[in-house]
Design a protein around this ligand. Structure first.
Ligand SMILES: NC(=O)c1ccc[n+]([C@@H]2O[C@H](COP(=O)([O-])OP(=O)(O)OC[C@H]3O[C@@H](n4cnc5c(N)ncnc54)[C@H](OP(=O)(O)O)[C@@H]3O)[C@@H](O)[C@H]2O)c1
Length: 338
């Protein structure tokens, strides 16, 4: 049985590439749930850095994806398409969407949705998919982090960073993190980092060497790039792995690769959004089995910095542009504030 769904809804679009003010509210048709898909009545939607890059015209949606921004949502299932067994109308879910998450309704393949972990609010659940899928895939699947290893995460106070610290710590790794202020460093240590390094006042390579008896980090999750590429090779342990998920300081660098060879390093990376549905479904299954119990027991928790009404998406982006936050920024729809 399907719930009553209006024909139109409020959503946010990018009027033209530019600053936060280009995000505008408009009315559009509610999308249709096709075969294998569910329609979600969105209660809350996460804001992510890739949305900012898309707003600036630097990260176009992959072919077939909605043009509108928004990569993660939480809300109740409003309709189920044909051949969906896992969910029923009314179920509380959170999901990774290919776009269009800044809206009152969003469609997603059922395999890319997960039940809201028990005890979590809509706002907390909306902040899970993009960061948890990314961290699970890059730290545990691609980076192969194992208990007892030393893990270094850059941007430790970001949405990705706060998730990576908690999960790596919960799975028995020793965590080191970099962040850009004493408050952000404190947050990283509260979340489980053995040592947080203020990258603005300390040389992180020296700090990692000191914290590991000069061994270096077994795995590094990097979103900075630029001169960090060569410095990560220095900070890595022999046989270490470096996983690249962004290049905030640029994707071109003058690098001496000698260290990569001598230390037998593996340097890899990935982006989540263009991966096929089946790959994301596999990540979702891993999260459901291994990580959802940690969220439900309170061992790990989403860190939410601020919420904004959906219509004020531009203000949410202003905050993200300012960098003056730690953890996630979330948009709340009327359904989510009832
Ligand atoms: N590849 C993928 O699949 C994928 C998926 C999702 C996100 N991402 C990327 O992952 C990154 C984090 O995402 P998010 O949404 O959590 O973003 P975010 O909150 O914008 O985080 C960016 C972080 O980068 C840190 N940073 C910036 N310049 C730095 C520098 N020079 N040295 C050290 N740290 C620096 C900032 O640290 P301070 O605030 O402490 O200064 C901030 O915590 C973004 O770049 C995003 O595009 C990639």
């Amino acid at each position: 049985m399907n719930a009553t769904v209006p024909e139109t809804m409020t959503a946010i679009r990018i009027a033209q590439p530019g600053g936060p003010q280009v995000l505008e509210s408009f009315t559009r048709n509610v999308p249709h749930a096709g075969e294998g898909e569910i329609l979600i009545a969105v209660a809350a939607a996460g804001v992510n850095r890739p949305d900012v890059f898309q707003r600036m015209g630097l990260y176009p949606p992959p072919p077939g994806a909605p043009e509108e921004p928004g990569l993660e949502v939480a809300g109740r299932v409003a309709k189920v398409g044909r051949n969906v067994e896992r969910f029923r109308v009314g179920d509380p879910v959170c999901a990774l969407v290919a776009g269009g998450g800044y809206a009152e309704y969003a469609v997603v393949d059922a395999s890319n949705a997960l039940p809201v972990p028990q005890g979590l609010s809509w706002v907390e659940a909306a902040g899970l998919p993009e960061t948890y899928f990314t961290v699970w895939h890059n730290v545990f699947e691609r980076g192969r982090l194992t208990p007892g290893e030393t893990f270094l995460v850059h941007g430790g106070a970001s949405g990705i960073g706060t998730t990576a610290i908690q999960l790596a710590h919960a799975f028995g790794a020793r965590v080191l993190a970099t962040a850009g202020s004493p408050e952000k460093c404190r947050l990283c240590e509260e979340l489980g980092a053995a040592r947080a390094i203020n990258y603005l006042t300390e040389d992180y390579v020296a700090a990692v060497k000191e914290a590991t008896d000069r061994r270096g980090a077994d795995l590094i999750l990097d979103m900075v790039g630029g001169d960090y590429i060569e410095r990560n090779y220095e900070a890595a342990a022999v046989d270490g792995r470096i996983v690249q998920i962004a290049f905030l300081n640029g994707s071109r660098a003058d690098v001496d690769f000698n260290r990569l060879m001598r230390k037998r390093l593996t340097h890899t990376g990935s982006t989540l959004r263009p991966q096929p549905l089946e790959a994301k479904a596999r990540i979702a299954r891993g999260l459901h089995e291994k990580v959802w119990p940690l969220l439900e027991s309170g061992k790990v928790r989403p860190i939410v910095h601020a919420t904004f009404p959906l219509e004020q998406a531009a203000d949410a982006h202003k905050l993200m542009d300012s960098g003056q936050y730690a953890g996630k920024i979330i948009l709340v729809t009327k359904a989510g504030s009832d």
